[in-house]
Design a protein around this ligand. Structure first.
Ligand code: NAD
Length: 297
């Protein structure tokens, strides 16, 4: 049984922490939100209400699931980020989606202080986090990956070692850029089908077995009807918020500039999600681009 400090128990972290408890680990839960801590406790975790006072001498693993790079850096690199009593040799595992540079810097800083670090962002969403079926893409040295694997297996179904520090984030950012582009394309196709008088279910039946088939269509259809549990059937309530997709597309834009990679479609996708942000509707699911196309945002 491991002694885990889990920081960030929001939409994703709460399900992940619950699965670690189910796997027999002792999970200590900290979040800035008391409500988030309370729901983790309801799932069998122990509450940490103040990190500064927490006796972390038994902790062997720290897992973070936080909104963005600045939150992750504040936990792992600032003096108040983690309790001073965290023992050397502890495994740090950041599962948030953040920029590659921060992931590399946090990993290097942790190694210098005698800790193991992996960046281990996830794909799969809230339902997969709760079901323990996430996909993890992991960056870091093999030794750190091997230490992280049993925990990742308790929270996920597909575990990939993508390469050295930051390569988990690189894989995640490339994947999500593709997802953003494919979702917009799927919205355009279903909207055009409707304008042409073609029934959404009929188009789904045809395209999902033809060359237009993609995950955005078959698992997350942005037109109401064909995929019953997709956010399109719930007035586009997130799910995976447009704001989160925009964050990932901006991360892709940043690294593409540094790497001098041309991403014209990714840049266009970023602009489209920026329109949702400007309209104050980026809390909608990212499939809500359908509403934008219909002029009903
Ligand atoms: P969320 O906003 O629901 O949860 C984040 C939690 O972190 C919140 O409870 C917040 O109070 C807490 N928090 C913020 N700063 C903190 C700090 N300094 N110390 C302690 N707690 C702090 O977000 P989420 O949907 O769970 O997403 C988390 C990460 O997972 C993001 O990086 C996101 O991009 C990624 N992700 C999300 C999904 C999804 O479908 N929601 C899918 C894949 C990846």
């Amino acid at each position: 049984m491991a002694h885990i400090l889990f920081i960030g128990l929001g939409n994703m972290g709460s399900g992940m922490a619950a699965n670690l408890v189910k796997a027999g680990h002792e999970v200590h839960a900290f979040d800035l939100s008391e409500k988030a801590i309370a729901s983790a406790v309801a799932n069998g975790a122990k509450a940490v209400s103040n990190l500064g006072n927490f006796d972390a001498s038994k902790i062997d693993t720290v897992i973070t699931m936080l909104p963005a790079g600045k939150h992750v850096a504040s936990v792992y690199t600032s003096t108040e980020g983690l309790p001073a009593s965290i023992p050397a040799g502890c495994l740090f595992m950041d599962c948030s989606t953040i920029d590659v540079e921060t992931a590399k810097a946090v990993g290097e800083g942790a190694a210098k202080r005698g800790f193991f670090f992996v960046d281990a962002p996830v794909s799969g969403g809230i339902a997969a986090a709760a079901a323990g079926t996430l996909t993890f893409m992991v960056g870091g040295p093999s030794e750190s990956f091997d230490k992280a694997k049993p925990f990742l297996e308790a929270m996920g179904k597909n575990i990939f070692h993508a390469g050295g520090a930051g390569m988990g984030q690189a894989a995640k950012i490339c994947n999500n850029m593709l997802l953003g582009i494919s979702m917009i394309g799927t919205c355009e196709a279903f909207n055009l089908a409707e304008r042409l008088g073609l029934d959404a279910q009929k188009f789904f039946d045809i395209s999902s077995t033809a060359s237009g088939q993609c995950w955005s269509m078959t698992s997350y259809c942005p037109a109401p009807g064909p995929v019953p549990n997709a956010p399109s059937n719930n007035n586009y309530k997130a799910g995976f918020a447009a704001a989160m997709m925009l964050k990932d597309l901006r991360l892709a834009g940043g690294v593409a500039e540094t790497a001098r990679a041309s991403i014209p479609m990714g840049a266009m996708a970023e602009q489209i999600y920026t329109l949702m942000e400007a309209a104050g509707k980026d809390d909608l699911d990212f499939s809500g681009v359908m509403k934008l196309l219909k002029g009903k945002l």
